[in-house]
Design a protein around this ligand. Structure first.
Ligand code: HEC
Length: 124
């Protein structure tokens, strides 16, 4: 009986240490859901920008983050549009830029708007 108390205490301490180590590891390995969603949306936006939108934005625009050096439209790194401005240009078209309303789903427009505003340093 005299040995049980302290040993049990030790085991509890070990369990607590193990549990907190596991918790710490899991927060390191698994990013919060919001961060994963954000990364996926940005990746989708970048892929649309460089290649998947038809015609791709990179054809006409310079954006350093996308490795794009198109010279027809404004340099997005300088314009630094916020997400709403990008989305409006995509929906309505502007000047020589075609509307993407028929070509892109709302989710893709959102991803492009978020990516372009973030990559160019514009407000989001
Ligand atoms: C055929 C060439 C072309 C393509 C492709 C193109 N743009 Fe443009 N874009 C332009 C031109 C030209 C303008 C400037 C229009 C004006 O101000 O008269 C412009 C303007 C913009 C603007 C600024 C809008 C504003 O409010 O001033 C944004 C943002 C933009 N484009 C984003 C994109 C994105 C994102 C894509 C891809 C989905 C894209 N563009 C594809 C030619 C293009």
């Amino acid at each position: 009986m005299s040995e049980r108390g302290p040993r049990r205490g030790l085991r509890l301490v070990r369990l607590a240490l193990l549990a907190s180590a596991l918790l710490a590891a899991s927060t390191l390995i698994v990013p919060p859901a919001g961060a994963a969603d954000d990364a996926a949306q940005l990746a989708l936006g970048k892929a649309l920008f460089t290649a998947n939108a038809v015609p791709p934005c990179a054809l006409c625009h310079t954006l350093k983050d996308a490795g794009a050096s198109g010279a027809v439209g404004p340099v997005l790194d300088e314009l630094q549009p916020d997400a709403a401005r990008v989305a409006t240009a995509l929906r309505n078209g502007i000047g020589a830029m075609p509307s993407y309303k028929a070509a892109l789903k709302e989710e893709q427009i959102q991803a492009l708007a978020r990516y372009v505003s973030k990559a160019s340093g514009g407000a989001q």
